[in-house]
Design a protein around this ligand. Structure first.
Ligand SMILES: [Zn+2]
Length: 150
């Protein structure tokens, strides 16, 4: 339900016509003019409702297009398999899977040995990070649990 000045005008014209009728001594042409006016204002009100719906629909389209544009503005980092956006000299990384499959821009959480997407749990790491992880695992599997190493 949309409350507006136009809706208030519809009610006002209706009230005025009713008051005029109560006087008992009214010009039928004047009543007809009031009814015509009421019809006109009612049409304007219905048009207003349609316009509100149109604005809502367009706002939703703009939101979707902005989201798509943000996805298209991302670059691909071949080494990690992540998308990124340059942000003041540093990179913000985003999940490739979420962007490609779900058309969503989801930041990944940086970890010592790679990145994880909290939306889809996809794990990403560069070849170098993968080698480092395996090397440490080979040397001492427990060393990865030591926070000082990471
Ligand atoms: Zn993801």
């Amino acid at each position: 339900m949309i409350f507006s000045e136009t809706k208030a005008a519809v009610d006002l014209v209706k009230d005025l016509a009713a008051l005029l009728r109560q006087t008992g001594n009214y010009d039928p042409v004047l009543i007809q003019k009031f009814d015509d006016l009421r019809g006109q204002v009612l049409t304007a009100y219905q048009t207003e409702i349609e316009l509100y719906k149109e604005v809502d629909s367009l706002n939703e389209k703009v939101r979707q297009l902005e989201a798509r544009l943000e996805l298209q503005q991302m670059s691909y980092d071949k080494a990690s398999g992540l998308y990124f956006v340059e942000n003041g000299g540093k990179r913000d990384y985003y999940c490739q899977r979420c962007a490609d499959a779900d058309k969503k821009q989801v930041r990944v959480t940086e970890q010592s040995h790679g990145w994880t997407c909290r939306a889809c749990n996809q794990f990403y790491q560069t070849e170098q990070q993968n080698r480092n992880s395996r090397m440490i695992e080979t040397v001492d599997p427990d060393i990865r649990n030591r926070s000082t190493m990471w």
